[in-house]
Design a protein around this ligand. Structure first.
Ligand code: NI
Length: 200
């Protein structure tokens, strides 16, 4: 069963999001869909092929974004890094963060590696072709799209769903954390899944 965590916090945030059109547009939750979100996928990293399946036995925290994101991605990754930073070395061996860039034109493997390593060593940056990314995004109900910026050196922004997904060591999507979920909530969810009995 997939649970949204924490609904309480999400509701608290609604007025703040509504206050800014830009933030409200950027902080999209996944679209409601008929099928359960989640599933295995294969993309590419600087270390070669990245297959989610290879991470069975570990808790995976999955996030979709791009390195030139002005505020939402850095905030989400900082919060995730803060949660990871609270884990013991033994627990960290069981946890992998995955940052999927939906801006492959600008996010080379080198750019991705530099970016994610700034946040936490347990983060890996992956990306793929436009077609591959569209397929993975559809699996998770992630939406993204270019937004032209008239007066910016960046040229364009990429509007994207800002949810962090927690995948269990068995490969099941268990939790979806909305943007601005506090790090302690993510931390507790990681610890909960690490200590949970898979058969339960
Ligand atoms: Ni972003």
């Amino acid at each position: 069963m997939i649970r949204w965590i924490p609904l309480f916090f999400a509701l608290l945030l609604l007025p703040a999001l509504a206050a800014s059109d830009d933030a409200a547009r950027h902080d999209r939750a996944p679209e409601p869909r008929d099928e359960q979100p989640g599933g295995d996928f294969t993309l590419q990293s600087s270390r070669g092929e990245f297959a989610l399946k290879q991470f069975r036995g570990r808790v995976v925290l999955l996030y979709f974004g791009y390195t030139k994101c002005p505020d939402v991605c850095p905030t989400s990754l900082a919060v995730l890094a803060q949660a990871l930073g609270e884990l013991s070395d033994d627990d960290l061996k069981m946890v992998q963060g995955v940052f999927v860039s939906v801006d492959p034109d600008r996010d080379s493997f080198q750019v991705l590696d530099d970016y994610v390593s700034y946040f936490h060593p347990n983060l890996i940056g992956v990306t793929g072709t436009a077609a591959e990314l569209a397929e993975v995004a559809a699996l998770y109900g992630v939406e993204y799209g270019k937004v032209d910026l008239a007066d910016s050196a960046f040229g364009y922004a990429v509007d994207h769903t800002s949810t962090t997904y927690l995948i269990t060591p068995e490969g099941d999507l268990r939790f979806m954390f909305p943007h601005q979920t506090p790090s302690f909530v993510i931390l507790e969810a990681i610890r909960y899944v690490l200590t949970a009995d898979p058969s339960g």
